[in-house]
Every structure is written in structure tokens, then in C-alpha cells.
Ligand binder design. Structure first.
Ligand code: NDP
Length: 290
């Protein structure tokens, strides 16, 4: 590698099909930066030695994905307030040999919602899922002033824990838990502005949707799926067929990448270039297809 070339990358396992290298390398090229984005495939157990190598190789930063978003935290020197409350780090910045942890998923989720022309303040939200993506989305929605969030999760214990933690951190927002069931979704659908699928259900080709086929899709409701591969999950197809507004996970991916890029480089990220690079990698010529 050229001595002047700065390097960032993605820490995770498995990561072979990530869109991040195409997205960030296109952005570096657009800004004329001699930087490269690589993959750092890292199995659980190899994280500590990987981090030592990053410092030895003068690597400027990295994104962190499954399964390391939480397990990486004890190895970092400083964790941002956002990442601490969300409980996960998806971006690290290496400065003078020290690791700074951030979470850009929450702001990525929110910016994609705003980009779709929706103002979150006052919204009533159903959050399907209680994992890392849900935590980040709830954090950003609360900051944006939503009125109420109902966490709906298959495993009650995890959903209760998340809703209680968030309610404690943000007493001004009404945050509660309901178990995942037809009755819960039916009840919520009567009085809702935004329904988010923040589960991994929909990623596999034979996945059903968490929205039951025999439950009517509510009017005047935004359906937001954090999944970006496929871009048209069954959950979004159901809502589209009923004429409702939908948002896929691609915008969240691009916007979290934008914030990470700006943390590493200190320069304004070329959003459109990054979006187009993702679309191209997914096989779309332009945004209309996605
Ligand atoms: P986690 O493993 O932390 O959480 C998974 C969630 O999915 C849990 O709530 C789990 O419920 C639920 N779930 C899994 N299988 C089922 C099922 N069969 N039925 C009902 N619920 C189920 O994952 P993450 O939160 O990190 O990721 C979730 C999704 O978000 C992934 O698809 C990921 O790709 C996407 N994502 C997208 C991003 C973007 O930029 N667009 C960024 C980050 C994530 P339970 O607790 O019951 O197991």
C-alpha cells in the first residue's frame, strides 16, 4: 500500500457481501482522497488482536457489524454518549493510537426518515424488534420528539428490558412493550403513524412478513423496514399494495455511512455518490428501481 494511503474498513463476520466498500470507496474517489475501505473479516475471539493490528498498520477507523457491535465496547478507550445509551458501537475512529467508539445507526435511521419527507415529532410508533437496530432507531426517534413508542418483540424478556431501559433514559417519551401477536398489531394499527420492522425477518428469500396477511394495513401509516437486502421485503410489499408510504433500509445504511465518513475524514460526505454506489452494487441502475 502507498504510504500516504489511509485505510478504513469493516470489522465483522461474515462480511463478504457488504455494500460498505463500494459506498465508501466511491466517496473517497469523488473527493479525491487517497483512502481505501477494506474488509477486516474477524471471528469472535479474534477481536482484540485485530484491534492491535489496526493501530500497528495506522488504520484510521472502521465500521463494526455483527457479531461485534457490543463485544467491541470493552476494548475501546472512549465511547460516545449516543453509543453508550444505544449499547452498541458501529463506527470506530483511531486517533493517536486510541479507539473512539460511535454509533451512527440511530442518526442514519432518522435521517433516512427525514429524507423521505417525514417529520417524526409527535409520531406514534410501533417498533417491531428489540435488537441493536431497534435500540438505535428508538434512541433517534426519542431525540426527534416522537410521542409514543411501542416495542413489539417475539421474546418478551428482551422487549421488556429494552422498553424499560429506554423509558428510564427518556422519561418524557411514553415507551412500552407489547408481545408480538395478531392482537397486538391489530390494536396498534388503529392508532399509529409509523411501523418499523427492525427485526431480521425478511432477509431470507422464504421469510414471511411479521405483518399478518389477514390483518388490514392501516391508512396514513408509514411502513419502514431497516432491511436493505432485499430492498423490497414482503413487509414493504404488503404496505405498497395497500397504497401506504414505505421506506427501505438502504437510506439508513447510506446515512449511517455518511456520518461515519465525516467522523473519519472531517469532510462533508457525498451522499448521492454513496447512494448510487450502493444501488449499483445491488444491481439497480438508479433509485427508481429501489
Ligand atoms: P439482532 O440480532 O440484534 O435482533 C434481531 C431482532 O429480530 C430481535 O428483535 C429478534 O427477536 C427478531 N427476530 C429474529 N427472528 C425473528 C422471528 N423469526 N420472528 C420474530 N422476530 C424475530 O439484529 P439487529 O438488530 O442488529 O439487526 C436487525 C436487522 O436490522 C437486520 O436485518 C440487519 O441487517 C438490519 N440492520 C440494518 C441497518 C441499516 O443500515 N439499514 C443497520 C443495522 C441493522 P427476539 O428478541 O425474539 O430474538
Amino acid at each position: 500500500m502507498n504510504k500516504k494511503t489511509k485505510q478504513v474498513g469493516l470489522i465483522g463476520w461474515p462480511i463478504a457481501h457488504s455494500l460498505s466498500p463500494a459506498m465508501h470507496n466511491a466517496a473517497f474517489a469523488e473527493l479525491g482522497l487517497d483512502w481505501t475501505y477494506s474488509l477486516f473479516p474477524t471471528q469472535p475471539g479474534d477481536l482484540e488482536s485485530l484491534l492491535k493490528n489496526l493501530v500497528a498498520q495506522n488504520i484510521v477507523g472502521a465500521n463494526v457489524t455483527m457479531p461485534h457491535k457490543q463485544t467491541i465496547m470493552p476494548y475501546l478507550d472512549h465511547i460516545s454518549d449516543d453509543a453508550r445509551i444505544i449499547g452498541a458501537v458501529n463506527t470506530i475512529h483511531v486517533l493517536n493510537g486510541k479507539f473512539f467508539g460511535h454509533n451512527t445507526d440511530g442518526i442514519g435511521f432518522l435521517n433516512a426518515l427525514k429524507e423521505a419527507g417525514r417529520e417524526p415529532a409527535g409520531m406514534r410508533v410501533a417498533m417491531l424488534g428489540a435488537g441493536g437496530a431497534a435500540r438505535a432507531a428508538i434512541f433517534s426517534l426519542v431525540q426527534a420528539g416522537v410521542d409514543r413508542i411501542t416495542v413489539v418483540n417475539r421474546t418478551a424478556e428482551r422487549g421488556v428490558r429494552l422498553s424499560e431501559n429506554m423509558a428510564r433514559a427518556f422519561p418524557a417519551c411514553h415507551i412500552e412493550f407489547e408481545p408480538l401477536s395478531f392482537e397486538t398489531l391489530n390494536h396498534l394499527s388503529k392508532n399509529i403513524d409509523l411501523i418499523v420492522n427492525a427485526t431480521s425477518v425478511g432477509m431470507q428469500p422464504d421469510d414471511a412478513s411479521l405483518w399478518p396477511d389477514d390483518l388490514a394495513i392501516p391508512d396514513d401509516t408509514i411502513f419502514y423496514d431497516v432491511i436493505y437486502k432485499p430492498v423490497h421485503t414482503l413487509f414493504l410489499q404488503q404496505a405498497q399494495a395497500a397504497g401506504q408510504k414505505t421506506i427501505n433500509g438502504l437510506g439508513m445504511l447510506v446515512h449511517q455511512g455518511v456520518v461515519a465518513f465525516e467522523i473519519w475524514t472531517g469532510q462533508k460526505a457525498p451522499l448521492e455518490t454513496m447512494k448510487q454506489a450502493c444501488l449499483k452494487t445491488l444491481g439497480f441502475d438508479h433509485e427508481q428501481g429501489a
